[in-house]
Design a protein around this ligand. Structure first.
Ligand code: BEZ
Length: 254
């Protein structure tokens, strides 16, 4: 079965990577399902403190101090092929995220030493492109638990063993609100351009009060929300097309 191809066991992890010293891991104090935050679009992103490849991060403090957007995304494990292609692609796109006042945070349940060793491979695979964004070390599995970044099977093993995270993506705005949630299985690599596309759409909605149609990308026509009257639409956007009274489009105002 396909999902068995994607099973990461402690033994398979060990065989894939250079030998690294094993730090003693303090597990998160509660893996009780009743204590797990229910995260929806619009929820306040759960707070956490964690080590990263760029030093310690206290998540809410980071958002308050930097006033940046964050793309927080998990991958199953370091030194695995699909994850290497994903982190390489996000690394190449990091300057685009930076232009949009956005920091990427990768995450897996391994330690900083493992992440740092793996970053060298990612840089090799991307032709020496320097890897610039932090990867969170979550061996306690606190962040994986709080953000529910695990499969059904692994959720029940959180307390007892090392588990891989699934491919979760959360876009979080500077006011700490969760704005987008995507979850992919371990077997399917994500689309880094799609993450950037949604970020553009969210930021455009916030700054210009428009919404975006199917397959929209930066520069294409946008939709004027039905809550805006024709008179206000004219004043705000100038020309617009009316396909239906509730479907009016105008040029990308950016
Ligand atoms: C990977 O290649 O990144 C991967 C594949 C299957 C399970 C976990 C990770």
């Amino acid at each position: 079965m396909l999902h068995n191809l994607c099973k990461i066991t402690p033994a398979s992890r060990a065989s894939l990577r250079p030998s690294l010293s094993i730090a003693r891991v303090q597990l998160y104090s509660s893996f009780n399902p009743a204590d797990q935050p229910r995260i929806r679009i619009g929820s306040t992103a759960p707070d956490f403190t964690a080590d990263t490849t760029k030093g310690k991060v206290a998540f809410h403090d980071f958002l308050e101090k930097t006033k940046q957007w964050v793309v927080l995304f998990s991958h199953p494990a370091d030194f695995t092929p699909v994850c290497t292609t994903e982190l390489g692609a996000f690394s190449k796109l990091a300057p685009e995220f930076q232009k949009r006042n956005t920091t990427l945070f990768g995450l897996s349940t391994e330690g900083v030493e493992s992440h740092n060793a793996w970053i060298k491979d990612i840089e090799d695979v991307t032709g020496g492109n320097p890897f610039s964004f932090p990867i969170i070390a979550d061996p306690s599995k606190e962040v994986a638990f709080k953000y529910d970044m695990v499969s059904e099977d692994d959720f029940h093993k959180l307390k007892d063993q090392m588990v891989p995270t699934v491919r979760s993506v959360f876009i979080i705005d500077p006011s700490k609100k969760v704005r987008l949630i995507m979850t992919y299985p371990a077997s399917t690599g994500r689309n880094s351009a799609e993450v950037l596309r949604v970020l553009d759409a969210l930021q455009l909605t916030d700054s210009k009060g428009v919404v975006t149609p199917i397959d929209w990308s930066k520069g294409q026509d946008v939709i004027i929300p039905p809550t805006v009257s024709d008179a206000d639409a004219k004043a705000k956007f100038g020309e617009f097309k009316t396909l239906k009274p509730y479907l009016r489009t105008t040029k990308d105002p950016q």
